[in-house]
Design a protein around this ligand. Structure first.
Ligand code: ADP
Length: 334
């Protein structure tokens, strides 16, 4: 059968779920966050109560959802999963909150995208374990206070800066996940290869790691593409030649830039003379949503020293021109 859009996504998600670490010990890298979280969890278990609310921030694919699941697992709690865009009205949130049991974990992905009234209800609930449910409309509407069991919110966001202070202040523990070192990614790849029963040698693992944009999700995805290549064209073994060949097919360059990264840099250099150019203009020129460019491509390009963000807009660094095989303008714009 032909696998198209939604089915293909579902397959990717289920493979991803199979590769998720189940405990803090299996979670590779992010030593500081791991140590801090271990302490928060141990203290909560010791007190026999629920844990403080936890906020996890950082670019997509770095392990926020995984950590939320680990938190629930280590506390022996049930996990409810939702996301900012999925909760349209305060009433939807009230329904979720009133179905929680003592000690439950509520994972709210993309928490910066909650609508204002929902957000207000959430931070009051986080503070007092209470919500006011409004019943009816107009002059006859009444507000019924509802007491909630003590629960823990684990919020995830790619943009901690967008959270309003009253919501941010309700989190007792905040952790920022940063891009992973290549050595940690190589360990993640070796672990995933084991779970996928794929023979990957150390050279291949570090080659894939160095092209994974510091991101475990991408490392796992590229590993599966290498497996595909090895099964079809190679010996079935994940060696360096298979890794290089597969990554070339999937347009991942030697620094890990993918098609979107290269499109953004290419447009910045060739259409806008290296910048500065505003985010939305840049996004339109590569046919993407500004949010995708800002949250997916930019953090990596900035970290790699290929782009800078200035008050007047995005600017390509001299290194970006070189990486794209272009000649920087003679006046040295950067
Ligand atoms: P996020 O919620 O930040 O977008 P996820 O938690 O969904 O990211 O992680 C994406 C994938 O990367 C998961 O399949 C998970 O297996 C893997 N992953 C993330 N962080 C780690 C880690 N520290 N160690 C091993 N695998 C990880």
């Amino acid at each position: 059968p032909r696998v198209t859009g939604a089915d293909a996504d579902a397959i990717e998600r289920s493979v991803e779920a199979a590769l998720r670490p189940r405990s803090l010990d299996e979670f590779v890298g992010q030593q500081t966050v791991r140590d801090q979280l271990a302490l928060v969890l141990r203290a909560a278990v010791r007190r026999g109560g629920s844990a403080d609310h936890i906020l996890l921030s950082g670019p997509p694919g770095l392990g926020k959802t995984t950590l939320a699941m680990i938190v629930a697992g280590e506390l022996g709690a049930s996990l409810r999963v939702t996301s900012g865009p999925a909760i349209q009205h305060a009433g939807d949130l009230a329904a979720i909150l009133s179905s929680l049991d003592e000690g439950d974990i509520l994972f709210v992905d993309e928490i910066h995208r909650l609508a204002r009234p929902v957000e207000e209800m959430l931070y009051l609930a986080m503070e007092d374990f209470r919500v006011d449910v409004v019943v009816g409309k107009g002059p006859g509407a009444t507000s019924i206070p509802l007491t909630l069991p003590a629960f823990t919110v684990v919020g995830a966001t790619t943009r901690a800066g967008l959270l309003p202070a009253p919501l941010r202040d309700r989190f007792g523990f905040t952790a920022h996940l940063d891009f992973y070192e290549a050595a940690d990614l190589a360990r993640i790849i070796a672990r995933s290869a084991g779970l996928l029963a794929l023979d990957v040698d150390a050279d291949a693992a570090s080659e894939i790691a160095s092209r994974s944009r510091g991101t475990p999700r991408i490392a796992n995805r590229l590993l599966r593409r290498v497996r595909d290549w090895a099964e079809i064209h190679g010996s079935g073994k994940g060696d360096l030649a298979a890794a290089r060949a597969a990554l070339t097919v999937y347009e991942v360059d030697d620094r890990g830039l993918d098609r979107l990264d290269r499109a953004v840099l290419g447009a910045l250099c060739t259409r806008f003379g290296g910048g500065p150019v505003g985010l939305s203009t840049l996004a339109v020129s590569v046919g993407e949503e500004p949010q995708t460019v800002e949250e997916v491509a930019e953090p990596f390009l900035v970290r790699e020293g290929l782009m800078t963000r200035t008050p007047r807009g995005r600017v390509a660094t001299p290194e970006a021109w070189v990486h794209m095989g272009l000649t920087p303008p003679a006046n040295g714009a950067s």
